[in-house]
Design a protein around this ligand. Sequence first.
Ligand code: PMV
Length: 309
Amino acid sequence: MNHGTAPGKIILFGEHSVVYGQPALAVPVGVVQAHASVTPLANEFHRMRLTARDVGIDAWMDELNDSHPLALIIRLALEALAISGNGLHVELRSSIPIAAGMGSGAATSIAILRALAAYAGKTLPAERQSELAFEVEKIYHGTPSGIDNTVIAFNQPVWYIQGETPQPFTVSGELDLVIADTGIHTATSQAVGHVRQRWEKDPAGIAILFEQMGQIAHAARTSLERGDLASLGSLMNENQSLLAVLGVSSRELNTLLHVCHEAGAFGAKLSGAGMGGNIIALTHPEPIELIQSLKLAGAEHVYHTRISS
Ligand code: PMV
C-alpha cells in the first residue's frame, strides 16, 4: 500500500484585510490530517475506484467528471506522474473539519497527489503539488487566493499578498497554538459581505483599519522570524481589537478569547472569516488547562498544534 498525508492550515493574521490588498499570514496545522492510500483492486484491471467515506463517495472514476474536485485532482495527478490509474483504488480519510477555514479541500488534494506519487515511485516537488492543488481550489472557492495549497504543500508558514506568489518562510523556535471552534458556522461570503458594506459606507475609515491590520501582519512576520512570542501575542490581541471594530467578532468568539486571556495566553484572536468559526491562541507548550476551560466554555472542537522550523 502507498500513502500520502497532508496537514490542515489556519490564518494567523490578515483575514479580511487581505481581500483589500494587505498581507496575510497562514500556518500549517499538523494535528489534523488528510490521508490517502492507493491499493491494487482485487478483480478489476480496467477501471479506477475512489472511496471517500467522510463525504459519502464510493464510485468508479469514469462515473465522475472533472467538476468533481476529488476526480479532478486524481486525473491531474495521473497526468503529472504519467501513469494509468486502471486497477487502482484510492481511499481518502480526513480529520480536518470541512468548511471550517482549515484547508480541508487543499489538504485532500495534496494527500492524493502524494499517495499516487508514492505508488508511482516518483516525487512531486512541493511547488508542483501546490500548482496542481490550486487548479482544484478553483472548484471549491471560485477565486481562491492560493494560500491554502501553498501552506499545505510546503508545510510551512506562508506570507501572502493578493496577486503575488505566496511565499513560504521559516519561523524561529516553536510556536504552540490552540485552536477552538465556536461551533457556529457563518458562510465566509456573509462575513466578507458585511465587511464590504462597512467599507462602502465609510471607505476612508475602514481603509485605516485595513492599513493597521497590514502593519500588524508585517510586524508579526518579523516576530515569527525572531521567535518573539510576547510581541506576537500582543499583535494578535491588537489584530483582534481591529477585527472587533470591523464587526466580525461575536459574543461566542469573545467568550472563548476571554478564557484564553484568563489562562495567560500570550495573545488570541479570531481566525478566518469570523462571526463564529474559530479562535486561535498563542500559548505555553502544555496548554491542557486552557483546552479544558475552552471546552467548558462551549468550544466544539479544540486542537493544540506546534509549529517549528
Ligand atoms: O476561514 P478561511 O481560511 O476561509 O479565511 C477567510 C479569510 C477572508 O479573508 C475572510 C476571506 C478571504 O477570501 O480571504
